[in-house]
Design a protein around this ligand. Structure first.
Ligand code: PXL
Length: 293
């Protein structure tokens, strides 16, 4: 059986783990072929480093899309994240419209900011564009900051420490049940952290969590969303894939915390990828469920 393909529309930050540097190895470890669509090339990510280089790859995205269209490629999944410019909203939308088939799962991580603030390169106009783009998703994976932006609420209003609030926000993000939502940063007890999952197939909200690890680790959002995407493409249901993502992210955070580390260098996940593969084989079975192209 051919290995299912996932197209990943993300930047390539060459130092400091995030985006494609996390997405590619993680999806590979989950038995999927990751086909990168790089949005920008950076020397480092923008969180904690100054003076990073930044090459906008919009022209390349358009050329790559045209070539892949000629090749009639198909994807079991399309997973989008950090975009390099406003123009890439339209480019990503046309990528999705070009390659989406009936069975293609579209996961949009509406990457815009964290800890109540937008990232340096995310202007209000770009954030509005991300909101429009996210309407195409089967599943969105916002953190609290991104949820507030998508819902046009103040960050302080979107509290995620009471079950009924988490359920309400997750459902409010679902476009009246048209898309599934995995709202991250949910913490119903001080020692737990996880996500509220609104599943459009059932209309139910389930909350998943894992042990909280004290500290901050760059790239954990991308790691969580990558495992979630991989689990879904491998046929897991939403809450099961989110639980796997929460557990694996917690495991990697714990490993990072146990060492001397610099936050900006990101979550130390590589030596644990084998466990993800082994766990997935047990939970999702060896036969990938989504098969396209
Ligand atoms: O992990 C989100 C992210 C992705 N890509 C780049 C970033 C960040 C967060 O800072 O700077 C380039």
């Amino acid at each position: 059986m051919p290995t299912p393909r996932v197209a990943a529309v993300h930047d390539l930050s060459c130092f400091g783990r995030c985006s494609l540097a996390i997405v590619m190895p993680t999806l590979s470890a989950m038995g999927l072929q990751c086909c990168p669509v790089p949005t920008a090339l950076l020397s480092t990510h923008t969180g904690g480093f100054t003076g990073n280089t930044f090459l906008d790859l919009s022209d390349e995205m358009a050329a790559l899309t045209a070539h892949w269209q000629d090749l009639k490629l198909g994807f079991a999944g399309i997973y989008t994240g950090f975009l390099g410019s406003l123009r890439q909203i339209g480019l990503t939308e046309s990528f999705i419209r070009t390659f989406r088939r009936k069975d293609t799962l579209v996961v949009i991580d509406p990457v815009m900011g964290d800890h109540g603030k937008p990232y340096r390169t995310y202007t209000p106009k770009l954030c509005r564009g991300v909101g429009t783009l996210s309407r195409l998703a089967d599943v969105i994976v916002p953190n609290r900051t991104e949820a507030a932006i998508l819902l046009e609420r103040d960050y302080g209003e979107v509290t995620l420490d009471r079950e009924e609030d988490c359920r309400r926000w997750a459902e409010a993000l679902s476009l009246e049940g048209r898309r599934s939502v995995v709202l991250t940063g949910v913490s119903l007890a001080p020692d737990r952290i996880g996500a509220a999952c609104f599943d459009r197939d059932t209309g139910a909200v389930e909350i998943v969590s894992a042990p909280r690890v004290a500290g901050s680790f760059h790239g954990t959002g991308d790691l969580f969303a990558s495992v979630l995407t991989g689990g879904l493409v491998r046929g897991m249901d939403l809450a099961a894939a989110a639980a796997l993502a929460a557990d694996f992210t917690a495991l990697c955070a714990r490993r990072t915390a146990e060492q001397t580390y610099l936050e900006r260098e990101g979550v130390d996940f590589e030596p644990l990828l084998w466990r993800l593969g082994a766990e997935l084989a047990e939970k999702a079975g060896d036969a990938p469920a989504h098969r396209i192209g």
